[in-house]
Design a protein around this ligand. Sequence first.
Ligand SMILES: *[C@@H]1O[C@H](CO)[C@@H](O)[C@H](O)[C@H]1NC(C)=O
Ligand SMILES: *[C@@H]1O[C@H](CO)[C@@H](O)[C@H](O)[C@H]1NC(C)=O
Ligand SMILES: *[C@@H]1O[C@H](CO)[C@@H](O)[C@H](O)[C@H]1NC(C)=O
Ligand SMILES: *[C@@H]1O[C@H](CO)[C@@H](O)[C@H](O)[C@H]1NC(C)=O
Ligand SMILES: *[C@@H]1O[C@H](CO)[C@@H](O)[C@H](O)[C@H]1NC(C)=O
Length: 396
Amino acid sequence: MEQQLTLVLLPKDASSSRTFLKFFLYFFLVAIAYYFFISLDSPPLSPSGDASSSKCDLFTGEWIPDPSGPLYTNLSCHHIQDFQNCMLNGRPDVNYLFWRWKPSGCDLPKFNPSQFLERVRNKWWAFIGDSIASNHVQSLICILSQVEEMVEIYHDKEFRSKVWRFPSHNFTLSIVWSPFLVKSETLDGSSEIQLYLDRLDHKWTHQYSNFDYVVISGGKWFLKETIFHENNTVTGCHYCHGKYNLTDFGYDYSYRKTLKLLRSFVQSSTHKPLVLFRTTTPDHFEYGEWNTGGYCNRTMPFKEDEAKLKTVDDVMREVELDVFQNFREGSIKFRLLDTTGMSLLRPDGHPGPYRHPHPFAGVKHRSSVQNDCLHWCLPGPIDSWNDVMVETILNR
Ligand SMILES: *[C@@H]1O[C@H](CO)[C@@H](O)[C@H](O)[C@H]1NC(C)=O
Ligand SMILES: *[C@@H]1O[C@H](CO)[C@@H](O)[C@H](O)[C@H]1NC(C)=O
Ligand SMILES: *[C@@H]1O[C@H](CO)[C@@H](O)[C@H](O)[C@H]1NC(C)=O
Ligand SMILES: *[C@@H]1O[C@H](CO)[C@@H](O)[C@H](O)[C@H]1NC(C)=O
Ligand SMILES: *[C@@H]1O[C@H](CO)[C@@H](O)[C@H](O)[C@H]1NC(C)=O
């Protein structure tokens, strides 16, 4: 994990009749929502989803107390990676488990795994990205495994890319490790990564035609020491300390090029899965950065005005919105999964030191323990990404 962390984190008027109609519609919708809410086991409930989401911005809201807690525990889910198994690793506080995301304009239904599996029968769903994408897929697996255990049918050498099947639903789920989304390579003995900004990573593109649903994301890897290749020439770099006399164009340059390439791929591909792009995930290191003793010891969500996006996430999200905001033309099935804001409000959701069991055993200075304030505890706030994902994908 030391290595994983290092890898991931490197540097860092209206007439009264209209009003009446609105009120009527509102109460009608509430009644429908209520009806479906209290009868969760009844047949598919897309009407409530359609009704609430057509007006509701799912991504603006607040975290409200949820005494019912998560859908799974460290005991009922057998697929939590040790690094994210905060309870097993001894995290003492549990308050962070009892919140749910409440969009300002509507209620977000809690994930219903049986319904989900029914909806995705015979489908293939893929996540593409870095270790945060793995974190996300693990949360989904933990939720789904409460209804049906899956079978792993493939993993790569490093156990980073995997394929699972849920046999009784003939549902296939993949995680494809591709932190840059474009072709990348590290030459022997060099620290920098070669990025080919005009070639997408074959690893995911060659499988693309299999997928019915794709959740794709980029992120912090673009902050690393990278050399940019375009048109078979080296055009620039990022964080390369003036090596080879190259111009540092910044991570926003490579990130923008990558997302534009991704966009035109989705646009021109004859295969049209439903594609979702998940926006940047904020870290919550305080009192320092990941490599300078930073930590995250908060135990409560932020209120909206307490949180501020760090520059890096601000820049990345801006690139993401810039490239994808109005990308929903013609036959393209595309949605933005803008989880940045809701995640920003959860400084309490990270493993911190509890990446390992007994992190402070035999340690002289607590400050010398490496903290993880980027990935998310399971169970934890990242479970809510699946609530908004389902609402975004299936019910709209
Ligand atoms: C689950 O978490 C509890 C603490 O809440 C811990 O005592 C127990 O060992 C954990 N079990 C597993 C299997 O992770
Ligand atoms: C299972 O799903 C795949 C697509 O993921 C489909 O090609 C296949 O026909 C399905 N099998 C059955 C028995 O329905
Ligand atoms: C790469 O080549 C294309 C077409 O020849 C050109 O439009 C583009 O500006 C070139 N890009 C760079 C970075 O040189
Ligand atoms: C970088 O540029 C300087 C000044 O133009 C030159 O003296 C030096 O040889 C160049 N270094 C490399 C590695 O090309
Ligand atoms: C977190 O650490 C800071 C500085 O060490 C301390 O002032 C604060 O009380 C701690 N917060 C919690 C919730 O433990």
